[in-house]
Design a protein around this ligand. Structure first.
Ligand code: DGY
Length: 329
């Protein structure tokens, strides 16, 4: 039997090569380097047995209907899978996989720390200042930031990525670590002396708060007005997980009211919009104490190829009637 696989956007090639090498696979890749328009997606998935999707495409009942009842699998090219309607997929017996891996955890952990550094040492502000030709003479009070040394970092979620951030900050900078998760992580506690605390205590006692939980109904707006009030006015928030975990309206208010010192964001509540608020569409972009990246925490050559290989391995396992290594349902 031949399997039709539709790839919703061109991805780094190693996984695609693995799939093309399989004689039972007929591969079609959306050819343009941009997100596929919804109508085109609905047209192009028709007849697919497997969809290799990326996180910008909603994989929901409309897509499953458009594909047809032969659709067996959605292989999502991301660790997160909040773009896939799991309830609907489960109801129809569609297998869903994601792409967690050692490299992606490294990349996102590094990027998280890069955002922390950028905030603490005011790297982006310094860059803008210097490029603008404003640097005329060394100044003892010029762009004063803050050190990592002796500070406390609060990690919300200690899966592979959160634990990777903890390990680096402990080993490299000797920071104090507080964490919150659904359950305690004894291994992490032993390796890094991390202390388990309630979410409120982590927020109240940390100088940096970094989010590493998946987006679920239970984590939607996990950080909102009430939580910002608990944080130190000198604290920084970093989000490389998913935008809607933070109530962005509350974040804007907290930044304006100086309830926190700054934020490093790789993800946004209304992504790809940077601000959801039509009346205040440039608010985040105008703030000097905010560092913004375009959902690129995992964007390294190595990691994006690894994700491609993992997606392919999941599909190839499925074709051999084996349990895909990263089945989420
Ligand atoms: C993921 O994998 O979920 C990231 O957000 C993109 O790599």
């Amino acid at each position: 039997m031949m399997y039709n696989i539709f790839v919703t956007r061109d991805i780094p090639d190693e996984g695609l090569k693995m799939l093309r090498a399989n004689k039972r696979v007929r591969l079609e890749v959306y050819e343009k380097d941009r997100a596929i328009p919804r109508r085109e997606l609905l047209r192009r998935v028709r007849g697919a047995d497997i969809i290799l999707s990326i996180l910008t495409e909603r994989m929901d009942a409309a897509v499953f209907n458009a594909a047809g009842s032969q659709l067996k699998m959605v292989a999502n090219y991301a660790v997160g899978f909040d773009n896939v309607d799991l309830t609907e997929a489960k109801r129809r017996g569609i297998v869903v996989t994601n792409t967690p891996g050692a490299l992606i955890s490294e990349s996102v952990a590094e990027h998280t720390i890069a955002l922390m550094f950028a905030l603490a040492h005011r790297i982006c502000e310094g860059d803008r200042y210097t490029r603008a030709g404003k640097y005329k003479a060394w100044g003892p009070k010029l762009l004063l930031g803050t050190d990592f040394f002796g500070k406390t970092v609060g990690i919300i979620g200690t899966g592979r990525i959160g634990a990777g951030v903890v390990k680096r900050l402990h080993d490299g900078f000797n920071m104090h670590i507080l964490y919150n998760d659904l359950q305690r992580n004894p291994e992490l506690e032993q390796a890094t002396n991390a202390k388990y605390r309630t979410l409120n205590d982590v927020l109240a006692q940390s100088d940096f708060v970094s989010l590493h939980v998946p987006l679920l109904p239970s984590t939607h707006h996990l950080i909102g007005a009430k939580q910002f009030k608990m944080m130190k006015p000198t604290a920084f928030l970093v989000n490389t997980a998913r935008g809607p975990i933070v109530d962005e309206t509350a974040l804007l208010r907290a930044l304006r009211d100086k309830k926190i010192a700054g934020a490093g964001l790789d993800v946004y509540e209304c992504e790809p919009l940077i601000d959801c608020h039509p009346r205040d569409a440039l608010a985040l972009r105008r703030m000097h104490n905010v560092v913004l990246t375009p959902h690129t925490a995992s964007a390294t050559e190595q990691t994006r190829q690894e994700m491609s290989r993992i997606a392919a391995k999941n599909i190839l396992a499925f074709l051999q009637n084996k349990q895909p290594p990263n089945a989420v349902i």
